[in-house]
Structure formats: C-alpha cells, structure tokens
Design a protein around this ligand. Structure first.
Ligand code: T5A
Length: 215
C-alpha cells in the first residue's frame, strides 16, 4: 500500500505588544488547524521547555532579575529560544507538524534591539546563533496602539505587573514602531493585522492568510 507523503512542517510565530491578542488568536488558529487534521505543536517564548520556563521566571518575575542589564536580558531570552528550537521546534517540523509559537526571534529584535537600544548587528547575530536555520514560514504581528495595549494589560491584571510590563509608554511605543517596521522590511514573511478589530474578524483574516500563504 503506498503511503501518502508526509506534509511539510511549518512554523508560524505570533508577535505584538503585551495584550495585543496573541494568545486569543493562537487558540483560534490552533482549532482551525486541528480541524484540518494537522499535528499542532503550540509553544511560547520565553518558555516552552523546562529550562525555558525557569529562564522565563528569572526574566519576568524573580527578584534576581531586577536590575538585569540589556545584554544579559538578550542572552537569557535567546538561551531559552535555543533550547526550544533544538528540543521542541526542530523535531516537530521534522515530523511534519505545524508549530505555532507565541513570540519567537522577532521579539528580541524588537524588545532588546529597538526598545532597549542594543545594536541591531549583535542582536541579529545572537538570534541567528540561537535559531540556526529555523525561521518562521509566517509571522503574524498583531498591531494595537500603545494605549490600547496598556489598557488591556491593566484591565486583566490580577496583581503585580511583570518586570517588562512595568516599562513606560515610550518603551512600548518603540516596540510598536519596530514591529510595524518589521512588516515593511519582511513583507513576504511578516503579516501585520489590526488588533483593534473584533476577535472574530481577526480570526477569519488570519485563517484566510494562513491557508493562502502556507497552503
Ligand atoms: N520578550 C519576549 C522580550 O523582551 N524578548 C523576547 O525575545 C521575548 C520572547 C513575555 C514578555 O517578554 C518579552 C515580551 C513580553 O514583555 P508574556 O507574559 O508571554 O510576556 O506576555 P505577552 O506575550 O506580552 O502576551 P500577553 O499575555 O500580555 O497578551 P496577548 O497574548 O497578546 O493577549 P491576549 O490574547 O491574552 O489578550 C489580552 C486581553 O485583550 C483581550 C483579551 O480578552 C484579553 O483580556 N482581547 C481583545 N479585546 C478586544 N479586541 C480584540 N481583538 C482582543 N483580543 C484580545
């Protein structure tokens, strides 16, 4: 009996400011992909592995992370990423799965590069070392104005904001501007969508783009 060829693995990353709606839209896209019969691996950054979740805790929540310099921050985010790529993403892509990641290397370009003012060259080099050849086939940037992002974070806040959520509005404006620039620099890979649209409308737009761009 001939077996049908294994589908090609795909990596889809979601990016955007805090509260832009990434988790909401990832859950909806995963449901569509599962209905289409694909193996789905859903992951997040920083995190997605035991080591990565420990690093996440230091980066966002632990007292030891206070006063962290921007260079150490970049290296910790990319250390978590390197582990995720080697132990989760690459094996899943080899099996033919669709990997959906809540943030990936563009977050370091934007947060540590543009917002923390680290030079673009070293950030790209460290990012490249962490991911090797594993680039997203599609990156969905959910764009919302900074005041919307901050209002959503405040509205759902259950306690103390994390270390990065405590940054000021100027920091998050740089984040937003840098994501919009990525959309202009990499139009084939990066799709920018308007995160102020209703969730259902965004879901339909993203699902249509995924089918059209990734087949
Ligand atoms: N970071 C990360 C770096 O600095 N460098 C790096 O390399 C990496 C990988 C991670 C932090 O680390 C930084 C970036 C971040 O600061 P996180 O805890 O993982 O932080 O959180 P975020 O990625 O920021 O995501 P959030 O959980 O804050 O928000 P989401 O997932 O974007 O938004 P979501 O879906 O939870 O929605 C937020 C609220 O908005 C509503 C939802 O119901 C929810 O209440 N909402 C909408 N409301 C109206 N219209 C819509 N279309 C809506 N969609 C959602």
């Amino acid at each position: 009996m001939p077996t049908s060829p294994k589908p090609a693995g795909k990596l889809i990353s979601f990016e955007g400011s805090e509260g832009s709606g990434k988790s909401t839209q990832i859950a909806r896209l995963v449901a569509h992909l599962q209905q289409a019969g694909r193996e789905i691996v859903s992951t997040r950054e920083p995190g997605g592995t035991e080591l990565g979740e420990r690093i996440r805790d230091i980066l966002l929540h632990k007292d030891e992370g206070q006063g962290m310099c921007a260079e150490a921050e970049l290296l910790l985010f990319t250390a978590a990423r390197a582990q995720l790529v080697r132990t989760v993403i690459t094996p899943a892509l080899k099996r033919g799965a669709v990997v959906v990641s809540d943030r990936y290397l563009d977050s370091s370009t934007v947060y540590q590069g543009a917002a923390r003012n680290l030079a673009a060259g070293p950030v790209a080099a460290v990012n490249g070392f962490a991911v090797g050849e594993v680039m997203p086939h599609l990156t969905v940037v959910i764009d919302v104005p900074t005041e919307v992002s901050l209002a959503r974070v405040r509205a759902r806040s259950t306690g103390r904001p994390d270390r990065i959520e405590r940054e000021d509005a100027a920091f998050f404006q740089k984040v937003r501007d840098a994501y919009l620039q990525l959309g202009k620099d990499w139009p084939q890979r990066v799709l920018v969508v308007d995160g102020t649209r209703p969730p259902d409308a965004l879901e339909q737009q993203i699902w249509a783009e995924v089918q059209q761009r990734l087949g």
